[in-house]
Design a protein around this ligand. Structure first.
Ligand SMILES: Nc1nc2c(c(=O)[nH]1)N[C@@H](CN(C=O)c1ccc(C(=O)N[C@@H](CCC(=O)O)C(=O)O)cc1)CN2
Ligand SMILES: NCC(=O)N[C@@H]1O[C@H](COP(=O)([O-])[O-])[C@@H](O)[C@H]1O
Length: 191
């Protein structure tokens, strides 16, 4: 029986995408990388693993729905059932949300609801909290407001820099995301 198919959406370095590729027992098959940033390092990671890449430039479209309609056509043609956002820096609009209701998951580098948005690590560092962490959640129309699936804390130390904190957070992400993906896919969205 063929595995459930998934797509990853990413905009940057792609270390979480790489962690999924390196996981031998992910329970789903990553069949497509969607990237909104031509030249992003994540694209080369996909190429090295012979994963098809669909690149798009949002600035070439009049509206978010216009490019999301194209994305959904590509996703459905590839029989994608799950979408995992991994450093995808676009707000997912209602068209894509409804096409994949309850099947779009995001990873965020803070203990939501603390520090939502694009610069969570910088926010936590500036707030001088003694711990932060990682959140994996379903997405909804809001930003980082969807139902939380899993969280793991990461301690902060007085001599931390943003770089050292980011490294520890991403070490947690690279273990937690593949683990949660496997559980979600095997349990059809339930944990
Ligand atoms: N509908 C949702 N979409 C996304 C979510 C979400 O929770 N709901 N999570 C984000 C990831 N993210 C932070 O966690 C985030 C990404 C992008 C933005 C943002 O303001 N993007 C702007 C501009 C992007 C750009 O200039 O490159 C935009 O897309 O209009 C905020 C938070 C992923 N998507
Ligand atoms: N707002 C969402 C957000 O900040 N996501 C964060 O982007 C990074 C992507 O790294 P990667 O490209 O190396 O996987 C990850 O740390 C992820 O938590």
């Amino acid at each position: 029986m063929s595995r459930v198919k998934a797509a990853v959406f990413a905009s940057g370095a792609g270390s979480n995408f790489q962690a999924m590729l390196d996981e031998s027992d992910l329970a789903c098959e990553i069949v497509l990388l969607i990237c909104d940033r031509p030249g992003a390092a994540v694209i080369e990671r996909a190429r090295k693993h012979q994963i098809p890449v669909y690149q798009f430039d949002p600035k070439q479209y009049a509206t978010k729905e216009a490019y999301e309609r194209e994305l959904v056509t590509v996703l459905k043609k590839a029989r994608v059932e799950w979408i995992f956002l991994a450093g995808y820096m676009r707000i997912v609009g209602s068209y894509l949300l409804h096409a994949y209701q309850g099947k779009i998951v995001n990873i965020h580098p803070s203990l939501l609801p603390d520090f939502p948005g694009k610069d969570a690590i910088t926010q936590a560092f500036a707030a001088k909290v003694d711990k932060t962490g990682v959140t994996i959640h379903f997405i909804d129309e809001g930003i980082d407001t969807g139902p939380i699936i899993a969280q793991q804390t990461v301690d902060m130390y007085p001599d931390d820099t943003i770089r050292s904190l980011t490294k520890r957070i991403q070490q947690v992400e690279h273990k937690l995301y593949p683990k949660i993906i496997k559980q979600l896919v095997q349990n059809e969205g339930e944990l």
